[in-house]
Design a binder for this molecule. Structure first.
Ligand code: ATP
Length: 591
């Protein structure tokens, strides 16, 4: 289903993209909380095991009765086994929760993108768009797995270690708590500040590299033809080198931070042990507590070691969240009305376009200005015109891909509905077909056609292919309907590609069929043959056919010519481009 609503939580908090990202993941809290608890439990068990073992060894040296250490012996066994079990649960629950959360989030981002396409996404280059959909959405995974879960575990261990040390020797607790705060907050915070700019720059550089890579791949033939491959590769190399330099700078900040945490760990161990020794010498601390305090100071920093790396990941996550926010805040070119009028298709439908004005950008001249056109039920209207005259814009407005600022488009049978009052998905259920940039997917011929009507029967598939005059060819292939097509029909000829796209549009069988330049890129003979087949196959269907062809239009019910966004002439069917067209006011209004 096409959603026009933004991804929940992504609008509103304009300046806090990371918080917005987090809010999008909140619905998964029931799975995320046990994962975070298991991670914290595993770290606590490791620290508890070391501290209890230290106590047990020191106490055992005093040769006490076995009963007085039996609880500690059981605790050591339980903690050793529990640590492994909790580590396993942490990995299992953490990955399960995070992969589900990211999969759900990616679907919602994609759904939010659909209303932007095809008119709203040209602002983003295709490689960059891909990076946003793949890498930037994956940042949500890192936010949970590499930032939030380690931070939760580190906080739990630091609090438990400081609490235990304070109970045993208050001044040692204060020193340990302070140094843990510095290692857990100040050091990662500084690393975050140092690598913040690099994180943002690296995301932008990666997006640039992805866009360049897509250009290099898709434009390989043109780059080779114009000997421009060297320059393009040099730009890609430069982008790679920039990423490497930024990575190095970030790695330096992280290693420095890790080094400082190690120094603090040493300092805390020495400081706490010295305080404990003094207290023991003064008779205020039993010897067994002395060992526990020294071990506690040493191991409590272990849980903090992933924090500098977590800070570094956080800079990348923030940059990704900002880029996702940019994408998702892009206003959809056409929004659905709050209360949509229903569009039914239980009778033949037609369309009436009246005084239509469309602008692609507010500051651009109108692509269509005062265009009026009738598409009577069951008639085939051909729309011709020079390149840039507005033919595709008219189709896009009819399919609710672009908005119109003045005039009206009404669709229906006996009762007509204004398109503005209907949802885009309802409109495209009744007005659809072959858009100018129609795409053949890298899958079988059958799957490519079924895209238009997944429930179509074998007979319907064969009928559509037959009407597009491609059935014989499909059935002559060794794999027939199961033949795999290359990306965008790379493994078929231009004529076969257009006929497959036509078969798909015919299979969709919408009440109003639109075909935007179905003969584009074909040689004149093939184009004439395809056009004649199209006009034959669409007899009795409401059809708007856009073409550059001048001949072969004799079978059309009406031929309308656009020029610079206005209707230049209109003529009843039976003419072709070689005959003079009559001005629009002289055309039979029934057409
Ligand atoms: N997304 C867009 N943003 C800005 N301007 C656009 C956009 N799409 C089309 N235009 C402009 O609108 C005008 C009409 O373009 P349109 O694609 O409708 O022409 P066309 O008749 O279909 O041309 P062609 O036969 O070459 O496909 C042109 O001036 C074009 O530059």
């Amino acid at each position: 289903m096409i959603r026009t609503a933004p991804v929940e939580g992504f609008r509103g908090l304009v300046r806090r993209p990371t918080v917005r990202l987090l809010r999008c993941l909140l619905p998964y809290w029931r799975r995320l909380v046990p994962a975070a608890l298991a991670a914290a439990g595993s770290e606590l068990a490791a620290a508890g095991l070391m501290a209890t073992a230290a106590w047990l060894i020191s106490r055992a040296a005093q040769q006490p009765p076995l009963a007085s250490v039996s609880v500690a012996i059981v605790a050591v066994r339980a903690l050793a086994l529990g640590r492994g079990a909790l580590r396993y649960a942490d990995r299992l629950l953490g990955h399960d929760a995070v992969l589900r959360a990211v999969a759900g989030f990616r679907t919602r981002v994609y759904e939010a993108l659909v209303p932007l396409a095809p008119a709203g996404t040209p602002a983003f280059r295709s490689g960059d768009l891909l990076t946003r959909l793949v890498d930037d959405v994956d940042a949500a995974q890192d936010l949970l797995l590499r930032v939030l879960i380690p931070v939760t575990a580190a906080c739990a261990v630091a609090a438990a270690a400081t609490g235990t040390a304070t109970v045993l020797l208050p001044q040692a607790g204060v020193v340990l708590g302070l140094l843990l705060c510095v290692a857990g907050l100040v050091v990662p915070g500084s690393a975050l500040l140092l690598s913040r700019r690099e994180g943002r720059a690296e995301k932008a550089a990666r997006a640039e590299l992805a866009a360049l890579t897509v250009d290099l791949t898709l434009g390989a033939a043109d780059l080779a033809a114009y000997a421009a491959g060297g320059r393009a590769r040099a730009r890609a190399r430069l982008a790679s080198a920039r990423i490497a330099a930024l990575e190095r700078r970030k790695a330096l900040a992280t290693s420095l931070a890790s080094g400082v945490v190690l120094l603090l760990q040493g300092g805390a161990t020495v400081g706490v042990t010295w305080l404990a020794l003094r207290a023991h010498a003064a008779g205020a601390l039993p010897a067994v507590h002395l060992t526990v305090l020294a071990v506690l100071a040493l191991i409590s920093f272990e849980a903090l070691t992933p924090l500098p790396a977590a800070a570094r990941r956080l800079t990348e996550v923030r940059a990704s969240a900002r880029r996702l926010a940019d994408l998702l805040d892009a206003p959809p070119p056409v929004s659905d009305p709050a209360v949509a009028a229903p569009l039914t298709a239980d009778e033949p439908l037609g369309a009436e376009i009246s005084e239509l004005r469309v602008r692609h950008r507010p500051d651009a001249p109108p692509a269509l200005d005062g265009v009026s056109l009738r598409l009577p039920p069951g008639r085939r209207v051909v729309l011709r015109g020079a390149s840039g005259s507005g033919k595709s814009t008219l189709i896009a407005a009819l399919m609710r891909f672009v908005p119109y600022e003045a005039g009206s488009i009404r669709v229906g049978g006996r009762e007509m509905r204004e398109l503005r009052d209907c949802t885009g998905s309802d409109v495209r259920r009744v007005i659809t077909g072959m858009t100018q940039d129609a795409h053949l997917f890298h899958t079988t011929i059958r799957a490519n056609l079924l895209l238009a009507r997944p429930g179509a029967t074998e007979a319907e598939l064969r009928e559509a292919a037959g009407r597009a005059r491609i059935l014989e060819w499909i059935e002559s292939l060794p794999d027939g309907w199961e033949t795999l097509l290359g990306g965008d029909g790379a493994t078929v000829s231009g004529g076969q590609r257009q006929r497959l796209l036509l078969a798909r549009a015919l299979l969709a069988d919408p009440p109003v069929l639109v075909l935007d330049e179905p003969t584009e890129g074909l040689d004149p003979d093939t184009a004439a043959a395809v056009l004649a087949d199209i006009l034959d196959a669409t007899r009795g269907r409401t059809t708007l056919l856009v073409t550059h062809e001048r001949s072969g239009l004799a079978a059309a019910d009406r031929v309308v010519t656009l020029g610079r966004g206005r209707i230049r002439s209109a003529a009843r069917g039976g003419i072709d481009g070689t005959q003079a067209a009559v001005p629009p006011q002289h055309v039979d209004p029934a057409l």
